[in-house]
Structure formats: structure tokens, C-alpha cells
Design a protein around this ligand. Structure first.
Ligand code: ATP
Ligand code: MG
Length: 261
């Protein structure tokens, strides 16, 4: 569904150029949930911006469901409309109610009719926001706002969801609840997902595949296939879960170590 082929990105800062991403190869199959973990500044957000054609790669190509775009060919509007975005800060409009915020993409994309509004209400219910739907965002807790941000990104039924540390600001327990809720919704909808995080546990819990990144220059150092049974995934303390976490920690630790020698 998504394929990044030898993507590199140079940024210019104060007349100096630097390589933010080097030779990124990443692939997300149809219906797959892929996580990207890596330290601050390794280029995770840049990858999402390149997939959504907000910024152009310096070289390399992006392919989304058979459509290729790069720094000379923009992504067709149709392709962009098939994507949804969730950002670290939900950015809900304070003058709209929660329901109006969630319906906003339908308005912007001209998706009219009862069935779309019903779907918005269905998602509001799934995200446990029915009691808050008519409130304004300022009266929501952080977790509720994050849920509203996730639901808003899905309301136009995208095939692809790009999530940039959506639960980064939450405490551990709340984040775990969000993760499980999101897994349920993902299974129902069958979306292909790129989920960015710097939390290894979150990556293991959610990802069917986890890409591990490093800095200097931003690159993918390893891709790990995660196979957890349903029960295993739901008991985060499980043995297999812990094994994956320690394996990923090991990979990241080795990269850090290499930098010091
Ligand atoms: N528009 C830009 N112009 C210049 N440099 C940029 C631009 N966007 C990002 N960078 C630089 O590229 C590098 C990667 O940034 P990016 O935001 O992708 O990192 P990240 O992995 O998402 O980090 P974090 O975990 O802190 O969100 C950083 O060094 C950043 O300063
Ligand atoms: Mg980022």
C-alpha cells in the first residue's frame, strides 16, 4: 500500500545543508500496521510529511497503492484524500463542538448525506466520546482530545492513516487504553497505518512490523516483524512481549554504542 524507495531528504539550515534522511526503504502492506521508532530528530515526522506529499524528498520515490510521486511529480489529490493524519497535538477548533470538529473533514471534502454523519457518530461512540460530543474542546481531558483527533482523522474512511506520536503526551495507563482502543478500531476498518512513536512498548504492542531508526543521518537500522497473539498483546507484561521490547532496546543500544566508538 505504501512503499518508500531510497528516500533521502536534505534540509538547508543557515546556509548549510544537512542530510535529514538517508536511503529510507519502508513498506506497508495493505491493512498492515507499521510502527516507526527512533530518537528525537531522526526524521520520523519528515517521513510522514513525505508520504503525505507535504514536503518533497530530495531523491527517491514514494508509491501509494500503485501511484508514484517524487520531487518532480506531485501526488494526485485523489491519493491524498485516501489518507488521514493524526498529530501529536490534536488541534481541535475551540469554537466548534467535539462533534463538529470530528465532522469537519466531511465538510471540507464535500462528503454529504446521512450515512457520513451516522458514521461520525458511530466513531464518536467507539472512542467513548458520546457524552462529550456537544461540548467544546476546552472542557475535554487530554486523553479525550487525543481520541477526538484520532476519530477526526478517520471520519472520511481513509485507506491509510498516518499517525505522528498521537498518544505521546499521555500518561502510561491512559496511553495503554488508547492503544487497545485503537487496535480494535484498526481491526474493524482494515486501514494501512504508519504509526510513529518513540515508545518501544507502544511500538511492540501495536506494530505488526517495527522500523527502528537512528540519527546522523536519519536512517532505518532494522525492521522487526512482531508476532504476538491476541492474548499476549493484551497482557503487556507477557513473556513474548518483553522479549520483543528487549530485542528492540538491544538494537537501539547497539546503535548508540557504535556512535561512541
Ligand atoms: N523544514 C525544515 N527545515 C530544516 N530542517 C528541518 C525541517 N524539518 C525538520 N528539520 C530537521 O530534520 C531533522 C528531523 O526532523 P523531524 O521533525 O523529522 O524529527 P523527528 O524524528 O520527528 O523528531 P521528534 O521525535 O523530536 O518529533 C531535525 O534535525 C530537524 O531539525
Ligand atoms: Mg516528530
Amino acid at each position: 500500500m505504501i512503499e518508500l524507495d531510497k528516500i533521502s531528504k536534505r534540509f538547508r539550515a543557515r546556509r548549510e545543508e544537512f542530510l535529514a534522511l538517508s536511503d529510507i526503504r519502508l513498506r506497508v502492506d495493505d491493512g498492515e500496521l507499521a510502527c516507526v521508532v527512533g530518537p528525537s530528530g531522526c526524521g520520523k515526522s519528515t517521513i510522514i510529511r513525505i508520504i503525505s506529499d507535504i514536503i518533497k524528498p530530495t531523491s527517491g520515490r514514494v508509491k501509494v497503492d500503485g501511484i508514484t510521486f517524487d520531487n518532480s511529480a506531485p501526488a494526485p489529490r485523489e491519493t491524498i484524500r485516501r489518507m488521514g493524519f493524526v498529530f501529536q497535538i490534536p488541534n481541535l477548533y475551540p469554537w466548534l463542538t467535539v462533534r463538529e470538529n470530528i465532522r469537519l473533514p466531511l465538510v471540507v471534502l464535500g462528503l454529504k448525506g446521512r450515512s457520513w454523519l451516522d458514521y461520525a457518530d458511530y466513531l464518536i461512540g467507539r472512542a467513548d466520546l458520546s457524552d462529550q460530543a456537544d461540548l467544546r474542546p476546552q472542557s475535554l481531558s487530554q486523553g479525550m482530545s487525543q481520541r477526538a483527533g484520532v476519530v477526526r482523522a478517520m471520519v472520511h474512511k481513509p485507506d491509510i492513516l498516518l499517525m505522528d506520536e498521537p498518544f505521546g503526551a499521555l500518561d502510561e495507563g491512559t496511553r495503554e487504553r488508547m492503544n487497545l482502543l485503537f487496535l480494535d478500531i484498526w481491526r474493524e476498518t482494515g486501514m494501512s497505518v504508519v504509526f510513529i512513536t518513540h515508545n518501544i512498548e507502544e511500538a511492540v504492542l501495536l506494530g505488526q512490523r517495527v522500523y527502528v531508526m537512528a540519527t546522523g543521518p536519519g536512517r532505518i537500522v532494522e525492521s522487526v516483524r512482531v508476532e504476538l497473539g491476541e492474548r499476549e498483546a493484551r497482557t503487556v507484561e507477557g513473556h513474548l512481549f518483553a522479549e520483543y521490547v528487549s530485542r528492540l532496546n538491544g538494537i537501539i543500544g547497539n546503535v548508540e554504542l557504535e556512535k561512541t566508538v
